[in-house]
Design a protein around this ligand. Structure first.
Ligand SMILES: O=C(O)CCC(=O)C(=O)O
Ligand SMILES: [Fe+2]
Length: 265
């Protein structure tokens, strides 16, 4: 795992709201991540099937990607991979915080013929509001404009607000531009990435992904980090019931069991 970064890369992240790390995993590490995530998804999906459509998502969204949340809780290998303090340090340095906790992980498999992921901003959906929320998204297959690579609107993290995130449902790729008309003039950056590359994504930057127009799945695995001083904004989002039940708005999100501290200075 290559977690060394230059000040130029940190500057790029601050300026654009994302940073691609081309050489994140070597060949052996990639094979291990692919196996681990495949196995964890297989176990997880069979459990999900028994609670069919439990989140009440509409048909369109269900065909955006197959999503599995918190694989780290059921796979010791995933846990070891994503609670690596070196990775946490990198996330903290890019975001400019003194420490990070894991909010959750999620695997996203865009199946053949999957719909695009509409333009959206992540943090407005989170249980805390922060300009320092940061996600790390790792390509487990080569991602291309053909199979659903990510797209970024560079610099939008500087003007986005906490109230509007766009919608992943049936509304259309550009729904977010109704709220931010000036963003429709920004040329998207198509982030084609080799398997094993990763991208840090600000929780405030607008991003999307294309449809999968190939016969093969496009696998990705992402982890969401929150600054160690993040406070609860009242939204449950992906917080476990047990954590949510104990929280009051304004509390620091510091549950060591469910939201582990990954790195702290
Ligand atoms: O992988 C994708 O298609 C979209 C990922 C994304 O937007 C996210 O994880 O926040
Ligand atoms: Fe997103």
């Amino acid at each position: 795992m290559n977690t060394q970064r230059t000040s130029k890369q940190i500057q790029f992240y601050r300026e654009n709201g994302f940073l691609i790390i081309d050489d994140f995993l070597n060949g052996a590490e990639l094979a291990s991540w692919q196996d681990t995530v495949d196995q964890a998804i297989a176990a997880h999906v069979s459990r999900l099937d028994t609670h069919h459509n439990q989140r009440g998502e509409d048909g369109y969204y269900k065909n955006v990607f197959v999503q599995c949340v918190n694989l780290w809780k059921t796979s010791a290998k995933v846990k070891q991979l994503i609670l690596d303090p070196e990775l946490g340090k990198l996330a903290a340095d890019l975001a400019g915080t003194s420490g990070v906790r894991l909010y959750h992980d999620h695997a996203m498999v865009k199946q053949p013929w999957a719909n695009p992921t509409n333009f959206h901003v992540d943090n407005p959906y989170d249980p805390f509001y922060s300009h320092q929320a940061i996600m790390f998204w790792v390509a487990l297959d080569d991602t291309t404009v053909q199979n659903g690579c990510l797209y970024f609107l560079p610099g939008t993290h500087k003007t986005s607000g906490f109230d509007i995130g766009g919608s992943l449902g049936e509304v259309g790729i550009g729904e977010l531009f109704r709220e931010y008309p000036e963003w429709s003039e920004i040329e998207p950056y198509a982030a084609e990435m080799k398997a094993g590359a990763g991208v840090f994504i600000s929780g405030m930057v607008a991003h999307a992904a294309g449809p999968n127009m190939t016969t093969h799945p496009r696998r990705a695995f992402a982890m969401l980090f929150m600054p160690a001083d993040a406070t609860f904004n009242g939204k449950k989002s992906a917080l476990p019931d047990e954590v949510f039940a104990k929280l009051e708005t304004g509390d620091v999100l510091a549950d060591d069991k469910h939201l582990p501290l990954v790195f702290s200075y």
